[in-house]
Write a protein that binds this ligand. Structure first.
Ligand code: SAH
Ligand code: SF4
Ligand code: F3S
Length: 447
């Protein structure tokens, strides 16, 4: 390989898994001698880590890619990579669409970037999308934050929700061992990271694929056991986890979150629809009554817990009355935050070929009505913070007002207050909240 300085640029789309993968791939590239370039046009290597959860996400990639493919025609030594979920979904077809590409690699190959690049630099055009065992990563990721970090605990998803591409692009569940996870957390603690979010598409599935069951037939390594196992990681002051699946969510987990002081009182549990018939069509495996009872149990145990979720409107066949059942759930539960989306038919998923698709107009209208209710309810949830003193972990300067810093409460509410980032970064400080908005708070530091 050449010795001249080489710059790379990574653009990441999609969820936290993709962000975590990008940080690892950046670590690998820096290990290989590449240097970060903020401007993609100054980079010798550009990697798009892509998302295909909805059509809009997928289309975004093609427009970015088109521009760089043009540049490559004038600058043939530019290395162009598509990684992530669109890469996995499209595979070889991407090369036909964009022949300038050097490398198409699915999410399971993130840790193998160096090997793949060696093949590219030897002159091949490479497509890596066959299912593989995910390597235990030894490279140090280049993390975006110096305060908070993601730690993958389980890759892939074995569910078959009828709208969702994730199982086909992320592959089957692969859990990391409790000890590998703990070792990473201890290392992060040493490096000064204060908050860790454990990641999995269906984090409640953690450990199902690892060997070992108890006498009662329970898996030996569950998410709950993992929380107890990693809790004493020195230096780490907060632990979060996402995403929870209502079908597998347990009471043991609620107890653990209550008992373990570092585990934040924040639960992200998507419900997707408030209607039982739609939930059945989605193959979610729970009823809305079951979902409500989980939330009740959490709130009985931790009255102040933050509850966030995802929901889809306009699933095929959804009637106005069924949509109103979703509104009803949002009205009754009062989420701190709800990620909403209009249903988008995805290639290869069962629901995409059903003949009862709704019009964009109906979907758009429902999305707007739901979003309106969501911000109203989030504002109501913010009310409880007014006048309260909250512990805020300071992450960075407020980009819009540099006299302020930004951090999060235990319940994950964004919080701003006047302060000096150099003194406060990475510290948990007490902040009296005196101004609230639907999704963020402002306050002042108290002693
Ligand atoms: N594993 C998580 C969700 C992962 S995808 C879970 O089981 O809940 C993130 C969110 O994208 C989903 O919760 C869902 O609300 C949304 N989503 C997934 N597929 C979608 C589709 N085809 N159309 C619209 N939204 C979708
Ligand atoms: Fe998709 Fe369902 Fe798996 Fe979540 S649990 S990633 S929605 S298939
Ligand atoms: Fe998108 Fe893949 Fe995540 S499709 S939401 S980046 S798992």
């Amino acid at each position: 390989m050449t010795t001249k300085s080489r710059n790379y640029h990574i653009q990441t789309f999609g969820c936290q898994m993709n962000k975590a993968d990008s940080e690892r791939m950046a670590g690998i590239l820096e290990n290989m001698g590449f240097q970060w370039s903020e401007d993609p046009n100054n980079a010798d290597l550009i990697l798009y880590n892509t998302c295909t959860i909805r059509d809009l996400a997928e289309q975004k990639v093609y427009s970015y890619l088109g521009r760089q493919a043009k540049r490559k025609q004038k600058q043939p030594d530019l290395t162009l990579i598509v990684a992530g979920c669109v890469a996995q979904q499209e595979g070889e077809q991407l090369l036909r669409r964009v022949p300038e590409l050097d490398l198409v690699m699915g999410p399971q190959y993130a840790n193998r970037l160096e090997d793949l690049l060696e093949q590219v630099f030897a002159g091949s055009q490479v497509v890596a999308t066959d299912p593989v065992q995910i390597f235990e990563d030894i490279t140090k990721p280049r993390r975006d934050s110096e305060v908070t970090a993601w730690v993958n605990v389980i890759y892939g998803c074995n569910e078959r929700c009828t709208y969702c591409v994730v199982p086909s692009v992320r592959g089957v569940e692969q859990s990391r061992t409790p000890d590998a996870i703990k070792a990473e957390m201890i290392e992060l603690g040493k490096q000064g990271y204060k908050e860790i979010t454990l990641l999995g598409q269906n984090i409640d599935a953690y450990g199902r694929d690892l060997p070992g069951v108890t006498e009662t037939g329970r898996h030996l390594h569950t998410l709950t056991d993992l929380l107890y196992h990693v809790h004493d990681s020195e230096g780490v002051e907060r632990i979060r986890f996402a995403t929870s699946h209502p079908r597998y969510f347990t009471e043991r987990l609620i107890t653990a979150c209550h008992d373990l002081p570092k585990v934040c009182e924040h639960f992200h549990i998507p419900f997707q629809s408030g209607d039982n018939d739609i939930l059945k069509e989605m193959k979610r495996g729970y009823t809305i009554e079951k979902y409500r009872s989980i939330i009740d149990k959490i709130r009985n145990c931790m009255p102040d817990a933050s509850i966030t979720a995802d929901a889809i409107v306009g699933f095929p066949g959804e009637t106005e009355a069924q949509f109103e059942n979703t509104l009803k759930v949002v009205e009754d539960i009062g989420f701190d935050l709800l990620n909403t989306a209009a249903y988008s038919p995805r290639p290869g998923t069962p629901a995409s070929v059903w003949d009862n698709q709704l019009s964009e107009e109906v979907k758009g209208d429902r999305l707007q009505r739901l979003n309106h209710l969501v911000s109203q309810k989030a504002m109501e949830r913010s009310q409880r913070y007014l006048g309260r003193v909250e512990e805020v972990l300071v992450e960075q300067v407020n980009g819009k007002d540099t006299t302020q810093v930004m951090g999060r409460t235990n319940g994950n509410r964004l919080t701003f207050f006047a302060g000096d980032i150099d003194n406060l970064k990475g510290k948990i400080v007490k902040v009296k909240i005196n101004e609230i908005r639907a999704f963020s708070l402002t306050g002042e530091m108290v002693n």
